[in-house]
Write a protein that binds this ligand. Structure first.
Ligand SMILES: Cc1cc2nc3c(=O)[nH]c(=O)nc-3n(C[C@H](O)[C@H](O)[C@H](O)COP(=O)(O)OP(=O)(O)OC[C@H]3O[C@@H](n4cnc5c(N)ncnc54)[C@H](O)[C@@H]3O)c2cc1C
Length: 480
């Protein structure tokens, strides 16, 4: 029998270690043909944003180099996925296509269509679960309904979760000559990098790829996980793992992380040091659980009463929020960190999201769309849950009437203004006592330190107290 290859459809699983699709294909003893298909329109309304494209470009370069070291080529094709795969099947005589499953609604629907088309041609397809620690449909309340509140979801997970061991990196057979004629696009031809120099600074913070993901985890385990619970809320510290984009692109699997952190100890979730971090990984699982059971919530409020909320359509306010020019230092620092690095600290994500939806009364979808385009870790389940939580319209949400006070958030989580001064350098000379409310600085002092509020840095876009009262009144109307 000729050595027909197994096609492995590569998606957001750009790694060799714990990649079951690749591993099991290689284990069959056949040659394998990994293919990445560029078809962003198949992701529905939430097709890949600008910052993620930057990441994808570099991640593909890194992954393709790792395969190349093993004598395997990554084939790049343009979609539609069905026709690209059917053409490859025809060209190579392949009888099987393997891939790692996606749990995001549009991708899942697309995968079903692709699988059906391949089955019609008599091609076997096998999908492996690796994006999550467990199937998001498998965890249900005692009544058989989905969870809407995190804590009981977490308790259930803690009791029942068994995470199987990650699979090793595959051992490939050398690529046979017959496959060397398969044509591939060059990664550059996908034109994923921004034309303007927007993402130039991303390289200062990020190196996409499996190797960096792994070393970031190791370094976090060596230096930061023990203090994670104490430090994770302070944006000026390196208190969190910053693994979110690596996880999103599958450069590291949650299973690998879980195993490395727990070291096979089932009670690690109760551990004071590691437990809080493991709990965050389960927040990720929870967001997939929610989007699986309530797929409409990517665009619609989970709490329907919010459909009547009188959102403002003030475009100018939205643009000032996007640019980090609201006059509230902690908000502006966060929005500028996002623009310049493609990432924002979780505490500040909560603050800026609350500010947009409650102080500026702008629909959470506007914020979700901006995050989608600018975050390197933009991820539909997490982004949807984060925004609906902040707006008060989602599952287990921050109640609408709890409105973050941006001055107090700044004072509590960035008391010396280190984070603010890093991202809003025009406030460099402002003393600590005014750093989170610089508009209160007396005229003379502004003159002395050459920092004019209203010209060098904006005055607050809205008055906190008035905005708060207006938001509460608006909420009262929908909660009647
Ligand atoms: C408005 C808003 C929007 C958000 N949008 C996204 C998004 O598009 N993509 C995204 O990955 N996260 C999103 N988050 C969640 C969270 O802010 C990020 O996961 C976190 O900041 C990533 O940094 P880290 O890797 O250092 O996290 P760590 O604190 O080191 O946590 C480790 C991992 O746990 C998961 N995690 C941590 N916190 C959360 C959380 N609250 N919800 C779900 N998973 C979590 C992430 O995968 C993260 O990488 C959003 C939060 C808010 C409030």
């Amino acid at each position: 029998m000729p050595d027909t290859p197994i096609i492995v459809w590569i998606r957001r699983d750009l790694r060799l270690f714990d990649n079951p699709g690749l591993f099991h294909a290689a284990e069959q003893g056949r040659s394998i043909l990994p293919v990445f298909i560029w078809a962003p329109y198949e992701e529905g309304k939430w097709s890949i944003g600008g910052a993620q494209k930057w990441w994808l470009h570099h991640s593909l370069v890194s992954f393709s180099a790792s395969l190349e070291e093993q004598g395997i080529r990554l084939i790049i094709k343009r979609g539609p996925s069905t026709s690209a795969l059917c053409d490859l099947v025809e060209e190579t005589g392949a009888e099987s296509v393997f891939w790692n499953a996606s749990f995001e609604p549009a991708e899942k629907a697309r995968d079903t269509q692709v699988a059906n088309a391949l089955h019609e041609k008599g091609i076997e397809t096998i999908q492996w679960d690796t994006q999550l620690l467990h199937d998001p449909a498998s965890v249900l309340t005692g009544k058989g309904t989905p969870y809407k509140v995190f804590t009981p979801f977490w308790r259930n997970t803690e009791r029942h979760l068994v995470v199987s061991a990650p699979v090793p990196s595959p051992r490939f057979k050398p690529e046979p000559d017959a496959l060397s004629s398969i044509k591939s696009l060059r990664i550059e031809e996908l034109k994923l990098l921004p034309i303007l120099n927007w993402a130039d600074e991303f390289h200062d913070v990020w190196t996409p790829g499996e190797q960096t993901a792994s070393s970031r985890l190791n370094s976090f385990l060596d230096h930061a996980i023990a203090d994670y619970n104490e430090n994770r809320d302070f944006p000026y510290m390196d208190g969190t793992s910053m693994l979110s984009p690596h996880l999103h692109f599958g450069e590291i699997s949650p299973k690998t992380m879980w195993h490395q952190i727990t070291q096979e100890n089932p009670s690690a979730t109760k551990d004071d040091k590691k437990g809080p971090y493991l709990r965050q990984l389960i927040w990720r699982e929870f967001s997939y659980h929610l989007i699986h059971h309530f797929p409409h919530t990517a665009e619609n409020n989970l709490r329907e009463s919010f459909d009547r909320f009188p959102w403002s359509k003030n475009q100018d306010a939205l643009v000032r929020w996007q640019k980090g020019e609201t006059g509230y230092p902690i908000v502006d620092a966060g929005m500028r960190q996002l623009w310049r690095t493609g990432w924002m600290h979780n505490r500040v994500r909560m603050v800026v999201a609350s500010f947009l939806t409650k102080h500026l009364l702008t629909h959470w979808l506007e914020g979700a769309k901006w995050f989608w385009d600018t975050l390197v870790d933009a991820n539909l389940p997490n982004n949807t849950m984060g925004w609906q939580w902040a707006a008060g319209s989602g599952a287990d949400a921050q109640p609408f009437f709890r409105i973050f006070n941006p001055m107090n958030q700044g004072k509590k989580f960035d008391p010396q203004g280190i984070y603010v001064k890093k991202w809003v350098p025009e406030l460099e000379a402002v003393p600590q006592s005014f750093i989170h409310e610089p508009w209160l600085m007396p005229e003379q002092q502004q003159q002395r330190i050459n920092t004019r509020i209203g010209s060098q840095y904006p005055k607050p876009i809205v008055d906190h107290k008035e905005a708060r009262e207006f938001a509460l009144a608006s909420y009262k109307n929908i909660s009647k």
